[in-house]
Design a protein around this ligand. Structure first.
Ligand code: GLU
Length: 476
């Protein structure tokens, strides 16, 4: 295998949105491919026609693009590959590794019930195993047969999994499973192996919910005369209560995190740490992840999803972002939050300056957009308690003095505003907060905001004066 090019695949079933677990599988495949200069294949496993939809395919592809997980080949759709599966099924029939089975559903159900009443595990009894017809179905049987794979009756199938290590399955518990249904539809275990052979996949990195399928798949490889790929089964992601992560634990789709104002870099960083670690480092750029990722350092125990940690990482990434790069997404959230109308196109230098003041204090882009409200909209709501406490007869004189000071400035700047505040502190013999808090409430509606000098500078002279006047006039 040493000189062989590494080829991995992400093979989602489009029966739902891209969720945290799927995205982690996609990421680990991506990192492994990129770390090893390999190839990443995207394959849509849409043979379950009742549950697969084009909308989910689009959502999965969208989610991957948003996360920046690009692939090299595909997307291939299994529903467009039926002739390949037919060809491979025929190969197994010709080799005597598979056979037509004519047992009816009722017959099998009766056998299943009998086994249940006798407290035996049910397994197909191989009744049709030895019906020979030169690899062709018996047409006058009056039934549409299924095709079953001949599993070995005894012995073991051993998987040397990179993460789970050695896993042994007793062949006698595995039955002759169906590879093609009576309506001609091939089944999951079969198509997955055909595709992985056909696409030259060397490493299968996927969730350990597929571990029990692996012996069947390994036997299929052997029946085709192929060496199975390397398997790496990732342990499930759990919620805080240690049960498998699901909707009960809150948002689980990638889309939901995007809509809540998470940055893709933060989510990627977080997902990477769900099962993989590198010393005690927590924050990784994508480049570092590619450089450092190995399957050997993926742990075998389940990772617990921790939304607070993800939120923390998100705030770290917001802090580090180039403010201008955040603008398109921030505008999207401003529109969604009804702070501005569609088509809003502010001066980007001004908006970047406003964003800079909020990066340190916003954990999501939604929080950031909501805080931008008082920079953008003149209509601010003054918090009742804050208004009562800070805009009253005692603070009236400070508000008037700040308003007069700003009014006389030709152009305002942070520096000039700072000087004004310091001279007023001296004049009134008070501390900064005593002047700044009333002004802050008058301008932003609340008691918490970035530094008052920068806030005034960003709001601008005209709007500042208007808001100060409004506050002054509200005191009787
Ligand atoms: N389509 C399967 C799933 O979404 C993955 C199959 C595989 O990775 O082998 O669970």
């Amino acid at each position: 295998m040493s000189d062989e090019q590494i080829r991995v695949r992400f093979a989602p079933s489009p029966t739902g949105f891209l969720h945290i677990g799927g995205a982690r599988t996609a990421l680990f495949n991506y990192l492994y491919a990129r770390h090893n200069n390999g190839v990443m294949v995207l394959r849509i496993e849409d043979t379950d026609s009742e549950r697969s939809t084009d909308e989910y395919i689009e959502a999965i592809i969208d989610g991957m693009k948003w996360l920046g997980l690009d692939w090299d080949e595909g997307p291939f759709r299994q529903t467009e590959r039926s002739s390949i599966y037919e060809e491979y099924a025929k190969k197994l029939l010709d080799r005597g590794e598979a056979y037509f089975c004519y047992c009816s559903a009722e017959e099998l159900e009766a056998k299943r019930q009998k086994a249940q009443s006798e407290k035996r595990p049910y397994k197909y009894d191989g009744k049709c195993r030895n019906i020979q017809n030169g690899g062709e179905p018996i047409l006058d049987s009056g039934r549409h047969p299924v095709i079953r794979f001949k599993m070995p009756i005894d012995g073991q199938t051993v998987i040397e999994d990179l993460i789970k290590k050695k896993v042994i399955f007793e062949n006698k518990v595995l039955d002759d499973f169906i590879i093609v249904r009576s309506d001609g539809m091939p089944t999951y275990n079969f198509v997955v192996v055909v595709d992985d052979i056909d696409m030259g996949i060397t490493h299968i990195i996927r969730g350990d919910d597929h571990l029990n399928n692996t012996p069947k798949q390994v036997r299929l490889y052997m029946a085709f005369g192929k060496t199975p790929p390397v398997f790496a089964h990732l342990s499930m992601i759990l919620g805080a209560d240690k049960t498998r992560l699901s909707k009960r634990h809150g948002a689980t789709s990638v889309q939901a995190y995007r809509d809540m104002g998470y940055l893709p870099e933060a989510l990627i960083n977080y997902l990477a740490r769900l099962g993989w670690s590198y010393k005690d480092q927590e924050v990784f750029t994508k480049g570092e992840l590619i450089e450092k990722f190995t399957l050997e350092s993926v742990g075998s125990s389940s990772a617990v999803f921790n939304p607070e940690k993800l939120l923390w990482l998100n705030s770290e990434y917001i802090k580090k972002s180039n403010p201008k790069a955040l603008i398109p997404d921030v505008i999207g959230f401003l529109i969604k939050e009804n702070i501005v109308k569609a088509g809003y196109s502010p001066d980007s230098d001004w908006l970047a300056k406003a964003i800079i003041t909020l990066q340190e204090r916003s954990r999501t882009l939604i929080e950031l957009a909501r805080s931008l409200k008082y920079y953008i909209n003149d209509d601010i709501d003054i918090d009742e308690k804050a208004g009562a406490k800070y805009i009253n007869v005692n603070t009236h004189q400070y508000l008037i003095a700040v308003k007069d000071g700003i009014d006389t400035m030709e152009v305002i700047s942070e520096k000039a505003i700072e000087q004004l505040f310091f001279s007023l502190m001296e004049r009134f013999g008070v501390k900064l907060g005593q002047i700044a808090q009333p002004v802050r409430v008058a301008l932003t509606g609340n008691t918490v905001s970035p530094g008052i000098f920068e806030v005034i500078d960003i709001i601008g002279k005209e709007k500042t004066l208007r808001r100060l006047n409004k506050a002054i006039n509200s005191v009787i």
